[in-house]
Design a protein around this ligand. Structure first.
Ligand code: ATR
Length: 291
């Protein structure tokens, strides 16, 4: 209603998501209801920041009295460089998705990895550390973050699949250093070993963009899937991708990326407002505005 809109706009902009592009971001529709429910006098806005201008954007927001911001594609790496204090999760993942502007400087966090850990236990009721994992698209930004988190959790086996195999080299080295108990295998989608590795794993995660666009197929052949296997697609729009449809048909347990969106958001919010529990409000907001 008009009254509600006016009330919203009367609040000062003090939090944001920055990205390029940023118009599609779901963060405001999740964070604003949580702010309102907690009685915090702040508006959460979207800011389109051109590539290479993250440090300037931080300086401007800080000068305006912002509490912090979220960072999305393609700025998560530049954001780390622009922080004065980089917290351990962000350091390990090599990227920052959340900052807090404190008196002593700009604090950088990454809630994508920890958010994924929570999403998996939420959706599949077992801790990530117990799964042998195949990551489709491990060379992309999201894939690297999830692969890193899997190694930190000490999963028994981690299979990294990427169309461009060369992109996986440096990642494999870093993962072996992080999680010495994890067996790491890297291969491309056309490798004859992939079918066998998928048959032996417990969890397949899609982090490729395949499934986002109408007309896309599944990034993995449906006959690699079997009953009882857990399949997580980081895509949440559409809610059921061709991979998830194939997984359901094959009798797999399935979940989409809405839980990752939710949990990374909850953890970001708690970096700004430590004594709060935004989860129920964010969950409700996503349920009612998804699609
Ligand atoms: P981001 O870094 O933002 O996560 P990205 O660089 O577009 O996104 O890459 C996402 C992932 O989707 C990559 O692993 C990419 O594979 P390449 O490294 O070979 O480019 C993968 N991807 C995109 N389109 C694909 C396709 N048609 N088939 C297989 N993988 C694809």
């Amino acid at each position: 209603s008009r009254d509600r809109l006016d009330a919203g706009h009367a609040k000062p902009a003090r939090l944001a998501v920055i990205g390029h592009p940023v118009a599609h971001s779901s963060s405001p529709r999740m964070h604003q209801p949580a702010l309102d429910a907690a009685g915090i006098d702040a508006r959460y806005i979207k800011v389109d920041v051109p590539v290479g201008q993250v440090a300037e954007a931080f300086a401007r927001m800080r000068a305006l009295g912002f509490i912090g911001c979220n960072i999305t594609v393609p700025h998560k790496f530049d954001a780390l460089a622009a922080c004065s204090v980089v917290h351990p999760d962000a350091r390990a993942l090599g990227a920052v998705n959340t900052v807090r502007f404190d008196a002593d400087g700009i604090h950088g966090f990454n809630t994508d990895g920890p958010g994924f850990v929570r999403a998996i236990v939420d959706d599949f009721e077992f801790p990530l550390s117990t799964f042998s994992v195949v990551i489709a698209g491990a060379g992309g930004g999201a894939g690297q973050a999830i692969a890193t988190q899997c190694a930190m959790q000490g999963v028994p086996t981690l299979v990294l699949v990427n169309r461009t195999l060369e992109k996986l080299g440096p990642l494999v080295e870093r993962l072996r250093a992080l999680g010495p108990t994890t067996e790491v295998v890297a291969l491309s989608f056309d490798d004859p070993e992939l079918e066998n590795l998928c048959q032996r794993c417990d969890l397949i995660v899609n982090t490729t963009s395949v499934g986002l666009k109408a007309g896309d197929g599944s990034p993995l052949p449906p006959d690699y899937l079997r009953p009882g296997l857990c399949v997580y697609d980081t895509i949440y729009q559409p809610a059921i991708t061709p991979l998830l449809a194939a997984a359901e048909a094959a009798g797999c347990r399935t979940a989409n990326g809405i839980s990752l969106l939710l949990h990374q958001g909850v953890l970001a919010f708690q970096h700004w407002f430590p004594q709060t529990d935004p989860l129920p409000f964010m969950r409700e907001a996503l349920l009612h505005s998804a699609g």
